[in-house]
Ligand binder design. Structure first.
Ligand code: ADP
Ligand code: ADP
Length: 237
């Protein structure tokens, strides 16, 4: 469970990224955060894994205030959170399989993978996650030989290989064409349904949000201006 209690975040230059956010995210939910560019969606997601830190309020994860986390707890938190980015963040010169394995190998994962420091079990997990997103036949291809949509599916397989409790996806389809965007959104949704991983996805298209979300959080200028199940969007807006 993730809970924001009166959370604000002011950047060092004085810009307010989040303004008094109050929201509870329950286990297994599939949430889409929508809003224009600059609305605060990335700041919201990045505050959960503490890439940026709230300057006010409390951000509780599994009941514990993240602001009080020690180094080890922070590492643990990040292990529990699979991150998916707009630009995939793969290591281009490595194979797909090695990229996915870095999800399992944690600290210095890229180096460990290059050195071949992984077990048969790690490898099987990585392959099964590539199967889950339908690209196991690309396991031994260099990451930069893949299309954008395939690269994003590799990044999903990498996140899954962390065995995460949460998946946070920051504009995962913003660089993809519409048909490919749907493939990626369907994968994220399927994983949420099959594995029950709590998932938060940032999108800037309301139509796509409506198609996949169970619950929509709308943001504008650092504030939450809408929060409810998809079925309530029309009557409230
Ligand atoms: P997006 O709209 O896709 O979130 P931005 O262009 O706003 O992308 O931001 C790109 C990067 O620049 C992010 O890492 C963000 O944190 C940083 N950034 C955005 N606005 C500012 C700013 N006013 N000062 C410093 N860094 C910023
Ligand atoms: P979104 O993801 O909805 O595009 P962001 O969370 O990236 O929005 O940004 C929210 C606001 O915070 C924007 O006005 C952006 O310029 C600002 N911002 C983002 N990162 C930084 C930063 N590192 N320093 C200062 N301002 C930032």
């Amino acid at each position: 469970m993730i809970e924001f209690k009166n959370v604000s975040l002011t950047y060092p230059n004085g810009h307010q990224g989040l303004k008094n956010i109050n929201v509870k995210i329950n286990p297994g939910e599939f949430i889409v955060v929508v809003g224009l560019s600059g609305a605060g969606k990335s700041t919201f997601i990045r505050s959960i894994n503490q890439l940026v830190k709230p300057t006010d309020g409390e951000l509780l994860i599994d009941g514990k205030n993240t602001l009080a986390y020690k180094e080890r707890e922070l590492k643990n938190l990040r292990k529990n959170i699979g991150m998916i980015f707009q630009n995939y963040n793969l290591v281009n010169r490595m194979s797909v399989l090695r990229n996915v394995l870095t999800g399992r190998l944690g600290h210095m994962g890229t180096l460990k993978s290059l050195l071949g420091l992984f077990s048969q079990e790690d490898k099987e997990l990585a392959i099964s996650n590539l199967q889950r997103v339908g690209i196991e036949e690309k396991a031994y291809v260099r990451a930069d030989q893949l299309s954008g949509g395939q690269q994003q599916r590799v990044s999903i397989a990498r996140a899954l290989t962390q065995k995460p409790k949460y998946i946070l996806a920051d504009e995962p389809v913003a660089s993809l064409d519409p048909p490919t965007s749907h493939v990626v959104m369907r994968d994220l949704k399927k994983i949420n349904q099959e594995l029950g991983i709590t998932t938060i996805v940032n999108l800037h298209f309301i139509d796509m949000a409506m198609e996949y979300a169970d619950r929509i959080i709308g943001m504008r200028a650092g504030e939450i201006v809408f929060d409810g199940p998809v079925s309530t969007v029309n009557e409230k807006t």
